[in-house]
Design a protein around this ligand. Structure first.
Ligand code: HMG
Length: 397
């Protein structure tokens, strides 16, 4: 039941789409190099594959590919704002969203800005978007989360890499999900995961990151409840940030235990399972991950009409937010479920040697002037760098 709505117009997610890298590697390939059983990754981490971008893909090309079908469907007449969330930015100054703005042919009367706080910032973007739309329900906001997750090669974090983008149109009277007004937030300065300016890969204290994640979710949930959020028992589904899908299961069990829930472990795990299908095959997509969990849930067989979904968003460092939404009647007609599933299967399978070569190429991509080889089948490509200027173009150009 929707208990905390005000009389202001319903605001929420009107459309949602995703994109990912052109390639995939089965984690059994990494298990071979690491000398461990594939079950460590398939079962222990709950991950089967990782997406690997082609040489001419990056956060901009994935973001534009995710957003293109939304702009195609809705046009851009009402669009006033593009919020680009990422922690793998390609420039210290210019927003990656400005490149996307051009690639999609958006009007000049649009503001574009980039947001950063590890994997959390897409949730901040969604809340900022909802506030803008509540102030003027005629306007829409495009929220894009896009990331390429990179850790040091041969480290135990390497199997938790990935790449992906989710685009969401936030509007009044949304077709897919109405956001409820209560949110719970939590911030604590903790060094569990970070990436200094000199490093292309993240630095992580794996074990600390897991406990920091769980503490932050507990804190955000408590704040959500104190602000009028739904009781644990009133939530039908939970979408967690999924750096690896087992993390969502761990965190959900942890939260349920801390709240004294009487649900069995099987019941708790069943609440998470339908949210894991895409992340299990994409890997960590950082800012996009919690919304890929939503997309997997929406694309599943269950009719979710009227159901409440709670979101548990976490970004290392650390910030967490808990909020909830109610699925709108007729939401299925706004989805692209078959195309979403097909996109995952269409990726090219690469072996460990090719994957390592792609990572090496990507690391040198913007250090020197270079042309990127034509590889991607996505609608937009990263063509190379000329005089420190990144070049993006439609793939058909
Ligand atoms: P590790 O040391 O390789 O793994 O690192 P492990 O030894 O802890 O094993 C992992 C699991 O596999 C364990 O399960 C093992 O028992 C199991 P658990 O006990 O935890 O339930 N296992 C097996 N299961 C079945 N068959 C087997 C087998 N062998 C072992 N044969 C770690 C794992 C996640 C620490 C590492 O990959 C890492 O550091 N990853 C990056 C950090 C990360 O993802 N942290 C998550 C929380 S922080 C977060 O989500 C934020 C983040 O997205 C960044 C951001 O916000 O920007 C990361």
């Amino acid at each position: 039941m929707n208990t905390n709505q005000t009389s202001s117009p319903a605001v929420g997610i009107d459309d949602i789409a995703f994109a990912t890298g052109a390639n995939r590697i089965d984690l059994a390939e990494l298990a071979g190099r690491f000398g461990v059983e594939p079950a460590k990754y398939y079962v222990g981490l709950g991950q089967s594959e990782m997406s690997v971008p082609a040489a001419d893909e990056d956060i901009v090309t994935m973001a534009a590919a995710a957003a293109a079908p939304i702009i195609e469907r809705h046009g851009s007449d009402r669009l006033r704002t593009v919020l680009f969330a990422t922690e793998s930015g390609i420039d210290q100054s210019k927003s990656a969203g400005v490149y996307v703005h051009r690639l999609l042919g958006l009007p000049q009367a649009v503001r574009v800005v980039e947001l950063k706080q590890a994997c959390y910032s897409a949730t901040a973007a969604l809340q900022f978007a909802a506030a803008l739309v509540a102030r003027n329900p005629e306007e829409t906001v495009l929220v894009i989360a896009s990331d390429v997750a990179r850790y040091e090669l041969h480290s135990n974090a390497e199997p938790t890499q990935g790449a992906g983008a989710v685009a969401m149109l936030v509007a009044a009277d949304p077709a897919i999900l109405e956001l409820e007004t209560a949110t719970g937030v939590y911030t604590q300065d903790v060094m569990d995961f970070w990436r200094p300016n000199h490093s292309a890969t993240a630095i992580v204290d794996g074990k600390l990151s897991i406990s920091a994640y769980q503490d932050a979710i507990e804190g955000a949930w408590a704040d959500y409840r104190s602000r009028g959020g739904a009781d644990f028992s009133e939530v039908d589904h939970f979408c967690y940030h999924q750096p690896f899908t087992k993390m969502a299961i761990k965190a959900h069990r942890h939260l349920a235990k801390s709240l004294g829930s009487e649900r069995t472990q099987e019941e708790l795990d069943a609440q998470i399972e339908p949210t894991t299908g895409y992340n299990r095959r994409i890997g960590n997509s950082y800012t996009a991950s919690v919304y890929l969990a939503l997309l997997a849930l929406l694309d599943g067989d269950d009719d979710l009409t009227g159901r409440r979904i709670a979101f548990l968003s976490y970004g290392s460092g650390a910030v967490a937010e808990c909020f909830s939404g109610i699925v709108r009647p007729g939401y299925r007609s706004a989805l692209r479920s078959d195309a979403n599933r097909a996109r995952l299967d269409a990726r090219t399978v690469v072996d460990d040697a090719r994957y390592l070569q792609l990572l090496e190429d990507a690391a040198s991509a913007d250090v020197h002037d270079s042309d990127r080889p034509r590889e991607t089948g996505a609608p937009f490509r990263f063509a190379g760098v000329v005089g420190d200027r990144r070049q993006y173009e439609p793939t058909s150009a």
